[in-house]
Design a binder for this molecule. Sequence first.
Ligand code: SF4
Ligand code: SF4
Length: 381
Amino acid sequence: MPAVSVLKTPSYDPSVLARAVDSHFAFLNLDSLIEPSMKIVIKPNLIMRRAPEEGVTTHPALVAAIVKKLRSLGCQNILIAESGGGPYTEPLLRSLYKGCGYTAMAEETGVPLNYGTGSREVEGEGRITRRFTVIDPIAEADLVINVCKLKTHGMTMMSAAVKNLFGAVPGLMKPELHMRYPEKEEFCRMILDLNAAIPNVISFVDAVVGLEGDGPTGGTPKEVGLTLCSADRYALDLVNAAVLGMKPAEIIMLRQSIEDGLCPADLSQITLLGDVPADALCAAGPFQPPRSKQTDFTSHFPAFLRPTVKKVTKLIQPKPVIRKKDCIGCGKCAESCPAHTIRIENRIAVIDRTACIHCFCCHEMCPKQAIDIKRLSVFRL
Ligand code: SF4
Ligand code: SF4
C-alpha cells in the first residue's frame, strides 16, 4: 500500500519545520530513496510573485528545512528551480524568487536558485501526450522534490502534488498546452501524462497555511496547520483532497488517476502515518470552493448529444471580464494569453472575446485579480 505521512505543523517557525521534515523522513524511510551523489531539484509552487504570507506560493521556510535535511544526508548537488506563470526569462525568474522570499532564503541556506532558461523534451507513457518540453533542471535531475502549496483551483478544483508539476513546463508553453487542451477532462489527463514523464519524485505539501476560494492566485489564506509527504504523489493527492474536505469525484485529475489505477480508490488503501488520523484530516474545516468554477458541461450528456451541447455551451461559456477600476494596465494578462486576444488601451486591458479560448490564464496571472470569470446566473454552480 502507498504510504503518506501527515503531521501537525502549526507554524513556519524553522524549528517546527525542521522537526516536521525529520519526522516525514523517518516515517517514510525517505533516506533509503536518496543517495548523496544525486542531482536533486526542489520544485516549489511559485506561480507568481507573491509574498509568502499571502498563501499563494510555497513558503520558503519549508523549502529551507528540506534543504537542511538533504544536506544532513550528505547531498550537495541541490538546486531550486521553478517556471512561474509568465515568460521563462532570467529577469523574471529573479523577480519571482525575490518577491516570493526565495532570494533571501537562498542566501541564508547557500542553496542555488536556477536562473538558466533552457528546456528539453522528455518522454513518458502518457495516454494523450507522450512528449513534453520541461525546464532543464527537471529534465536532468535524478530526483525531483516537489514542494507544493495546498490550494483550491478554479479549473482543476485542487492544486496540490500532481498539478504542481505543470510548473515543469517552461513559461509560455503552459498557455499553449491550455490552448491544445481547452476542455478540463483533456487538460487534466495531459497533466497526468506530464507526471508520467517525470518519474522520480518525492512530494511535500505546504498546508501550514493553504489557499481557499478563488485559487490558484485569487483566494484567501486558510490556516490548516499541516504538512504532508509521500513518494507517491497520486496517493498523496487523495489525502490532500480529504484535507480540503472534497470527494475524489469532485477533482477530475484525482478521479482520472483512480480510474487509471495510479491512485487507490479510498483512504483505507493508503497507509496513513504521522499524528493525524484519517477522520481528523479536515479538522480545520472544508476549504471554500472556487466561486468561479470553470465547468465543461458536455461530460454530463450522452456522447451522441455532445457535439450539439458543445455548440450551445460555447454560447453560454463563462467569460473573462476585466474590472476596469482595478486594472493597472500591467499587461501580464496579455503576456499570458495563448490566443493573443488581449491588448492594453489607455492603460486598461481589453479582451477581444471572438478569439478567446476560455483558458483563463489571464484570470490566473492578473496580479490585481482584476479579471472576473462571468457566467450566466442560471448556470452558476
Ligand atoms: S487585467 Fe490585470 S493583468 Fe491585465 S493589465 Fe489589468 S491589472 Fe494587469
Ligand atoms: S482572454 Fe483570457 S481566457 Fe481568453 S484566451 Fe486569453 S488568457 Fe485565455
